[in-house]
Design a protein around this ligand. Sequence first.
Ligand SMILES: Nc1ncnc2c1ncn2[C@@H]1O[C@H](COP(=O)(O)OP(=O)(O)OP(=O)(O)O)[C@@H](O)[C@H]1O
Length: 289
Amino acid sequence: MLSINNISKSFGDVHALKNVSLDLKPGLFGLLGPNGAGKSTLMRTLATLQAPDSGTVTFEGQDIVKNPDAVRSRLGYLPQDFGVYPRMSAVALLNHIAVLKGITNKKEREAQIRSLLINVNLLKHKTASVATYSGGMRQRFGVAQAMLGNPKLLIVDEPTAGLDPFERQRFLDLLFEASEDKIIILSTHIVEDVRDLCPDMAIMGDGEIVARGAPEDLINKIRGKVYRKKVDKDQVEAMKEHYNVLSTRILMGGQIVSILSDTNPADGFQEVADPALEDAYFAHLYKLV
Ligand SMILES: Nc1ncnc2c1ncn2[C@@H]1O[C@H](COP(=O)(O)OP(=O)(O)OP(=O)(O)O)[C@@H](O)[C@H]1O
């Protein structure tokens, strides 16, 4: 339904997107990558806010680069920095956005807004100014505005950063429920968000897609090859010279070093029976698999 073919985008010397290609079907798709990987650039391109330098994007058979207006009504976008609101009530702001999205019938608009406010659990707070909402409430409001018009493509850029665990879970549940009949692209650097709810994902690094598949498939590529060991802090640098270090983590005064190795390195390392998606993420990002 969404087909991204060889898109590239540069800002001066920075190649933010390098020949990115992806085909997506309805469901939740996780896009993982570090800061600066190009995720937001890709999201903005799909949201028709920025044209690529080259390549094509088609959604339900229509070229969205050549014909952005044709898809805008079927598109919902929750940008990374959706956080500045006028002093308007939630219901008034949704009404305003619905009109902008072309939902001109008042009855239809009111019914949709009510149903969305129920879904995102904000009906009780509908007359409060969105500027007074907590971070979690704002993000849920952000989803409500993005879902106005029942878009078949929903793009959410780093939505859970800054949310407490309860609000994060509530937000992710909301996305999961909405994913049945639409493509939802969840761009994030929070690995657990993707592991918990995306059946399909990609890892982006330095403007490129470095891996694509189900989280379990990406993990399977490193199964039996991840080893961990606790070391002193001052040993970490030497470790990096000898091994393919995936990550280091402070644990009670020491450092847990995770490495990728085709053979058992012995040297006090223990094989990790069940590697985490985070291990797979680093292994693919560093192009070790
Ligand atoms: N409008 C712009 N002008 C100049 N450089 C830009 C612009 N937008 C993005 N970039 C650069 O393109 C690269 C990719 O940025 P992008 O925001 O897409 O990454 P990201 O993966 O979303 O990272 P983050 O998680 O930090 O938002 C970065 O080097 C960034 O500085």
